[in-house]
Design a protein around this ligand. Structure first.
Ligand code: 73E
Length: 815
């Protein structure tokens, strides 16, 4: 059977269609239990039951998947290939039950068989193949692409160990490995036939015809498997294809094994397999390890060969490649795809350099996710050329042509040439991946309006001056399916009732129809009841108290330390005023710090120490409670977000590219306290300034203060009594002696201007308390936050990409 051939799949290839009744589902459960797990209900373990349920649900999407593949093959469309080193897909079972419409019948069938649905579904694990917002964005975009019937494939790495599991010991973060697929992963379809070969190291030579040959020093196999990416309310089921490294056949040394050298016999295979062993637990901090560069090339090389294999199923002319293919680079992590495509076209396919370069530039687009200079990836030339000796030659050649263009446009501007070069010279020679990504693509985008503007004006200014038309903004969005419909079923039901239908799930602008209901007292009461019930479900703190959440990776620029200073201030106010009543608050932090990021870990430890001190103080605990559940992930976020009243988005202006948690929280009816940063600005523009608690320096003021050279955090400390008290409490060891590093860093340099924003932040929090006391008005604002946030659907984001950058059209899957 020729893979991808135009086979007749319209009748499920003549198979019996899978039933939609609970009785039929029950039959299929029994059948899968028997034939796939080799057991019966009487002797099945819970794991058997879980795997069987997963397969039975999966089967119902498989038929849609086959029809999707056939329709997409027939259309020979322009494809979107999304390359990302990270995906935070979240649990698959609940999503796939929802998307296949089997949620209700699956539960009935399980109970019929004497199985407890909650016990069985509890075994579903979250594949944590990402660090934070960037990985979750990739998953939300895949969801939206499928929902919009866009022919797309996501490519990534199937890490054996995902993002580490976080625990606290004495309030300190400790990390444990996350072997998420140890029991197997029922959602995965292996595709061994599509295995690819990836080369590393070695050297280059010229053959008689003058063509360059790469003689590699290491060969590794890339074994693909895929998971289903169903669309909501459509028959499209796309895939995300994940690569796993395997030693080549020759990497098992039988003679050594026979000689009893067991470890040495598998040395090479183990070495190869390390490539997909672990996700780098690294968010916006530099890592710089060769293994990471190897991972990047592994992803890129195997994915490009697969993309070309797919292109050849229906096409033969290379000039058609960019017409049929757009490859979106999720940050610079997959940027090696640019020189790799050049190598494949020039060295392997024999195209001229100029034609290959034209094709390459037209094919790629690049999304930048950061502004922090330390997060712009660079690789030492010596490491790059040792690992990828042919690619460094190609990068040099690209650079030469590019710099000639720069010199022609800006004669005698040597400094500009130095700044724009793909190769950094000082203090050490390094390859600048962002420069390579801008040079080798047809479109570059930031992820929120402010971010895209700052990219063009500051971070990538030289490039925007050279190619203004290349620069775009595509504001991030989130999946309303996962973060409203699934995470918040009670609110979803209320919204559906209020709007008279559930079309909002795939057309989120319809939430605007809730606006008039903000004036309806009985609707407001039900809105509050839902929020209360979600707090009870979360099970942390008093459901009547204001639930104030800060959920995100720990990073100094995000300023969890600012929230902490407010908490300590509130603690002091309560202690100083016995007999006075205060607005009761439950402050919830959740998030992980990179294992080597010591400053962030000190903040985590201090939060836990402050939480314990408050807890132990009966004068304070009725009004203030700090909770910090460990191991924040997509699953936990889905419990917290629906329970939140207040969303903390308090990064220093100009540092957070977008944020996406801010969107999820606003859509679930939380009010935001935030700076004019990232997507906060767009949220505030939409929900209205009255429904958003603004504070802090804006970007120009922050830049001026930081760059002016006169910023003195100590001056703020000396001038503000409450701030002084908060910092002194830490310095005096009032919180079990923990956190002096945090206070020292704030008083010493305070990179992210925390002390400069402290006073306006505390004042904004006083406004929050005052607003909370008017329950009806707060509820009105909460409803308006939801009603006016439809823009932040990932469906809108994908439509923007499709029309502005990808120029792709949907392929509808029919029966
Ligand atoms: O503001 C977020 C943004 O919402 C940004 O910090 C995050 O991407 C989100 C989605 O656009 C992000 N992650 C990384 N860079 N930006 C990153 C960098 C290196 C390794 C892993 C992740």
């Amino acid at each position: 059977l020729r893979k991808g051939a135009d086979m007749d799949v319209r009748n499920g290839m003549g198979l019996r269609p899978l039933g939609t009744s609970a009785a039929e589902f029950e039959q299929d459960l029994l059948s899968n239990l028997y034939y796939r797990r080799g057991t019966t209900v009487e002797s099945a373990s819970t794991q058997d039951a879980y795997e069987t349920l997963a397969l039975t649900v999966r089967d119902r999407l498989a038929e849609r998947r086959v029809r999707t593949a056939a329709a997409q093959y027939a259309a020979n469309p322009r494809w979107v290939y999304y390359l990302s080193a990270e995906y935070l897909l979240g649990k698959q079972l609940e999503q796939n039950m929802l998307y296949s419409g089997t949620d209700r019948i699956a539960r009935i069938a399980l109970r019929q068989l004497g199985l407890d649905p909650d016990e069985v579904t509890a075994l579903d694990l979250e594949p944590g193949l990402g660090n934070g917002g960037l990985g979750r964005l990739a998953a939300c975009l895949l969801d939206a692409m499928a929902t919009l019937d866009i022919p797309a494939v996501g490519y990534g790495i199937r890490y054996d160990f995902g993002i580490f599991k976080q625990d606290f010991q004495d309030g300190r973060q400790i990390e444990r490995p996350d072997d998420w697929a140890f029991q197997g992963n029922p959602w995965e379809f292996p595709a061994p036939d599509d295995q690819q070969t990836v080369f590393f190291y070695g050297h280059t030579e010229k053959d008689a015809a003058g063509r360059t040959l790469w003689i590699p020093g290491e060969v590794v196999f890339a074994e693909p498997s895929h998971m289903l990416v169903p669309g909501h309310g459509t028959d499209t089921v796309n895939i995300v294809r994940l690569w796993r490294a395997r030693g080549s056949h020759s990497s098992f040394d039988l003679s050594r094994f026979s000689a009893g050298q067991y470890a040495e016999a598998v040395d090479e295979a183990v070495h190869a397999e390390n490539i997909s062993k672990v996700l780098y637990p690294d968010d916006s901090t530099e890592s710089g390890r060769e293994l990471r560069l190897k991972q990047q090339y592994f992803l890129v090389s195997s994915s490009l060969r697969d993309i070309i294999r797919r292109f050849r199923l229906r096409n033969s002319d290379w000039t058609d490649f960019p017409k049929k293919t757009v490859i979106q680079l999720n940050d610079t992590h997959p940027t090696l795809a640019i020189p790799e495509l050049m190598r494949l076209l020039v060295d392997e396919e024999g195209l001229s350099w100029d034609l290959a370069w034209a094709i390459t530039k037209q094919t790629f687009a690049y999304t930048c996710h950061t502004l922090l200079p330390e997060a712009l990836e660079t690789w030492p030339v010596h490491m790059f050329e040792r690992l990828l000796p042919r690619h460094i030659e190609i990068v040099y050649a690209i650079n030469e042509i590019f710099l000639t263009e720069v010199r022609n446009r800006f004669p005698a501007d040597l400094d500009r040439v130095r700044r724009m070069s793909i190769i950094q010279e000082e203090p050490e020679r390094r390859v600048r991946m962002a420069n390579l990504a801008v040079v080798g693509t047809q479109a570059v985008n930031g992820v929120a309006e402010l971010h895209s503007r700052l990219l063009a004006d500051i971070t990538l200014r030289d490039f925007a001056e050279l190619w203004p038309e290349k620069f775009h903004n595509v504001t991030n969005g989130i999946s309303p399916r996962r973060f409203v419909k699934m995470a918040n079923p009670a609110l979803s039901d209320l919204i559906t009732e209020g709007l008279g239908g559930d079309a909002w799930i795939t057309d989120l602008d319809r939430l605007a129809g809730l606006e008039p209901l903000a004036e309806d007292a009985s609707f407001r009461l039900r809105w509050r009841e839902v929020k209360q019930a979600n707090k009870v479900r979360l099970g942390l703190g008093d459901p009547a108290s204001l639930t104030d959440v800060m959920i995100k990776r720990f990073h100094e620029y995000k300023r969890q330390q600012l929230k902490l200073l407010h908490i300590i201030t509130q603690y002091h106010r309560i202690k100083q005023n016995p007999g006075q009543t205060f607005v009761p608050r439950t402050v919830l932090f959740a998030g992980k710090a990179a294992p080597a990021y010591h400053a962030a870990k000190h903040i985590i430890r201090l939060i836990n120490a402050v939480a314990a001190t408050i807890d132990a103080d009966p004068a304070v605990s009725p009004y203030l409670k700090v909770v910090f559940p460990a191991n924040y992930n997509v699953t936990l976020s889905s419990l917290i977000i629906p329970a939140a009243d207040l969303s903390e988005q308090i990064s220093l202006a100009g540092k957070e590219a977008s944020g996406t948690g801010n969107m999820k929280l606003a859509l679930n009816g939380a009010l935001t306290v935030g700076t004019l940063d990232g997507a906060n600005i767009e949220i505030r523009d939409r929900v209205g300034a009255d429904n958003f608690f603004l504070f802090g320096l804006d970007t120009p003021a922050a830049l001026e203060l930081r760059n002016g050279g006169t910023y003195s955090p100590r001056a703020y400390y000396e001038q503000d009594g409450e701030l002084r008290r908060a910092l002194d409490a830490i310095l005096d060891g009032k919180f079990a002696g923990v956190g002096r590093e945090v206070a020292d860093s704030l008083l010493g340099w305070d990179e992210y201007l925390t002390l400069a924003d402290y006073r306006t932040y505390v004042d904004a929090q006083d406004d929050v308390d005052a607003a909370w006391q008017d329950t009806e008005s707060w509820t009105r604002r909460s409803i308006l936050n939801t009603a006016r946030s439809g823009f932040f659907s990932a469906d809108r984001t994908v439509r923007d990409y499709a029309s502005e950058i990808w120029h792709v059209t949907p392929v509808k899957v029919t029966r």
